[in-house]
Design a protein. Structure first.
Length: 89
């Protein structure tokens, strides 16, 4: 953006910061609260990784994670091959 356009819209930076906060603050809150040891998501009872240990101990969730990674890998290889061949054409 040129300085002329920035003078025309002086709140551009503030609006951009507000949008970024609106987008990322909920994600950061959920990530932070995932380490809560208490049963309530609203009250912080302490830091722990028990939920993650329990999740990775469940064979169904581990199998689902493996399937997701395998599908992501196949999709990546397919899309990269397709994009490379389209770019070369």
């Amino acid at each position: 953006m040129s300085s002329r356009e920035l003078r025309r819209f002086p709140l551009t930076g503030a609006i951009a910061c507000a949008v970024l906060l609106f987008l990322y603050l909920p994600m950061l809150t959920v990530i932070g609260m995932s380490f809560n040891v208490g049963p309530s998501a609203l009250i912080w009872d302490g830091f722990g990784i028990r939920g993650y240990v329990d999740a990775w101990s469940d064979p169904t969730l581990v199998r689902a994670a493996k399937n997701s990674l395998l599908l992501a890998l196949a999709s990546m290889v397919f899309s990269t091959t397709l994009a490379t061949s389209a770019a070369a054409a």
